[in-house]
Design a protein around this ligand. Structure first.
Ligand code: NDP
Ligand code: PYC
Length: 342
């Protein structure tokens, strides 16, 4: 019998993947609402071809829960602190259930004041950030979110890593089309993509990271093994990464990427930091034409030769997944099924 290649691909319905992931989370100690939130997030990333934060992340979630580093039972505490400011203590649990708990109040405030801030602290975020902002744009709001992660990025001009990979995600409504969404690490590459390249034995482009001696390297294993990543775009990406530390940690009351120590929790992978989300109601803007103005901008971008918008690849992958099922390797599916029963 010929051996099946590790790369053989299969398809699973989105709802079935979500249910499978939900079982894994519950099986590993999360309460039902937490499992639902994480399963939806992770299945959505896999559906959209956002592979660095799809099912690839499940072993990391499981080992983290087993290590006792994160509280899968945590119940977020929402604090209505001002007309445009909501604070949430995630209780050492995940950030997504904290957002879910505060979401209704946040949207109410954004619609009445025109803008509202959600500051989440004492939280773990191990996922793609776009699922946190895209739904706001789908209901006509503009949203910006930042989250800091774990020390692995050398600030521009420095010698040692300090910042996290610190993504920024933005979503805005656009008339007659999908919302405009971008979501990007402020490191030259997301840590997850470095891990994937290392696993595949692939070399990286120049300018992504350094080895343990601080020398430039294209070898992802050397970056992961005592080396570090660089910010994207030199001093500009570095400034944005610093901004993320300030907004996601200093402003929320969360840890900076360098402040937590998970060394006593072998297997822990989820950064224990903070997250900021700013929601704006464009109905308050001049003329209330925001979505049409977005459309005009996109049309002009296409007119000058743009072939693809940020977020467009994901929306296309989503369409394919909706028709054909969500793709993952047979090996990944078997591992997930085993984890749901282990
Ligand atoms: P990418 O560099 O792959 O993509 C960044 C953005 O640019 C996306 O919106 C993408 O759209 C868009 N884009 C990519 N290529 C093009 C192109 N040729 N033309 C126009 N737009 C383009 O993402 P990153 O590697 O920086 O980040 C990957 C994920 O990692 C993110 O979801 C991020 O949230 C997550 N992450 C999470 C962290 C955490 O602490 N939770 C830490 C760091 C990263 P599209 O999606 O359509 O490809
Ligand atoms: O891919 O850089 C990353 C990352 C860090 C935490 C979660 N994802």
């Amino acid at each position: 019998m010929s051996a099946r290649p590790d790369t053989a691909v299969t398809q699973i319905a989105f709802a079935d993947l979500q249910a499978l992931l939900h079982r894994i989370f519950v099986h590993n100690g999360t309460r039902d609402a937490v499992a639902a939130s994480l399963a939806y997030n992770c299945a959505s990333a896999q559906r959209d071809g956002a592979h660095s934060h799809g099912v690839f992340r499940i072993p990391g979630y499981v080992s983290t829960l087993a290590s006792g580093w994160v509280d899968g039972q945590a119940v977020p505490v929402v604090d209505d602190v001002a007309s445009g400011f909501v604070r949430v203590d995630a209780g050492g649990g995940f950030a997504q259930p904290a957002l879910a708990a505060a979401r209704e109040l946040l949207v109410k405030k954004a619609r009445s004041a025109g803008i509202a801030v959600l500051a989440i602290h004492n939280s773990h975020h191990f996922a793609a950030l776009w699922p946190d902002v895209e739904p706001f744009a789908e209901e006509g709001l503009v949203a910006l979110s930042v989250v800091n992660s774990m020390t692995c990025v050398v600030p521009h001009g420095a010698r040692q890593p300090l910042f996290g990979t610190n993504p920024i995600a933005f979503a805005a409504p656009c008339a007659e089309s999908d919302p405009i969404v971008f979501d990007m690490a402020t490191s030259a590459m997301a840590h997850g993509d470095v891990q994937i390249a290392a696993r595949k034995g692939e070399m990286l482009p120049d300018g992504i990271g350094v080895d343990s001696e601080g020398q430039p390297t294209r070898d992802p294993r050397k970056i992961l093994d005592g080396g570090a990543l660089l910010p994207f775009g030199g001093h500009k990406g570095s400034a944005l990464s610093m901004m993320v530390e300030l907004l996601a940690a200093a402003l929320t009351g969360g840890n900076f990427s360098f402040e937590f120590d998970w060394s006593q929790h072998p297997g822990a992978k989820t950064p224990w930091t903070g997250q900021l989300i700013i929601v704006i109601d464009p109905a308050k803007a001049e003329g209330n034409h925001f979505a049409e103005r977005s459309r005009q901008l996109v049309e002009q971008m296409h007119a000058v030769g743009l072939s693809r918008m940020p977020g467009e690849r994901r929306f296309r992958e989503r369409e394919v997944s909706d028709q054909e099922g969500v793709s993952l390797t047979v090996q990944e599916l078997e591992q997930l099924q085993a984890m749901a029963q282990a």
